[in-house]
Design a protein around this ligand. Structure first.
Ligand SMILES: [Zn+2]
Length: 243
């Protein structure tokens, strides 16, 4: 796991260097930074803890689900919960079938497996929700030119992979709210026009859950709401920030 994460960090850096020119940075004066909320890996707590808070704040998020895990354990979302999220206006995106690193699969000569990870997960989401899937969230954010070619060749877009993770075990020991504030500040300093925040575990389930569970997620939403009130940011659905 550690190796995977390290490898993905390296990939992220390489990818950032490769595609930085694609990033629109010419923010019009006074236009707020568009902030997108993404929840990865399909933890049950995304439905039980995150969704009620999103409803309270009126935010629409993107849920990146690993389709083979849906309904397979008490920690996972069920398809019923996925449908509820979709009905509430949230986006459901493919995070592949099994969360394998697509670049590793391609490098090992298993491009067919990589193709199946994409197509089968999309088919599962579409048949279970009747919603059209338009983009793929890459496991480990492992973007490479080969992965790019494969996904786009199948007719899908790749979700923003330069997403700061907000969660527990922060390397700089910051609170959840401080992490969110810092991510927004960095995006503004970099003159970016959009920022996708990434969340995993909320309370007990998933990668790096918050030390104070849903209360930490609420503190992030409070921070975002405050920044919205001062006109610095606007929390928007993914498609509005990445049309
Ligand atoms: Zn993931």
């Amino acid at each position: 796991m550690k190796t995977c994460l390290l490898a993905s960090c390296i990939l992220i850096l390489a990818a950032a260097a490769a595609s930085i020119a694609d990033e629109p940075t010419a923010a019009q004066a006074g236009e707020p930074l568009k902030v997108v909320l993404t929840f990865d890996d399909g933890s049950k707590e995304h439905a039980t803890l995150a969704a009620p808070l999103l409803a309270e704040y009126g935010y629409q998020a993107t849920f990146n689900i690993i389709t083979d895990r849906i309904g397979m354990s008490t920690n996972s979302l069920t398809w019923g919960q996925v449908r509820e999220l979709a009905k509430a206006g949230h986006e459901i995106a493919s995070h592949t079938c099994t969360h394998r690193n697509l670049n590793t699969l391609i490098a090992e000569g298993k491009s067919d497996d990589a193709r199946h990870e994409i197509l089968d997960s999309v088919a599962a989401i579409e048949s279970n929700t009747q919603i059209r899937v338009t983009h793929i969230c890459l496991p480990f954010n492992a973007w490479t030119p080969d992965v790019d070619k494969l996904v786009k060749g199948l007719g899908f877009d790749i979700q923003e992979f330069r997403r700061p993770n907000i969660g527990g075990d922060d390397e700089m020991k910051r609170s959840a709210r401080e992490q969110a504030r810092a991510a927004v500040k960095k995006a503004l300093d970099d003159k970016r026009v959009r920022l996708a925040l990434m969340f995993h575990g909320i309370d007990k389930i998933g990668w790096r859950p918050f030390p104070n569970g849903a209360a930490d997620l609420r503190s992030i939403f409070e921070e975002l709401r405050e920044l919205e009130r001062s006109g610095v940011i606007k929390v928007v659905p993914y498609a509005e920030a990445y049309p």
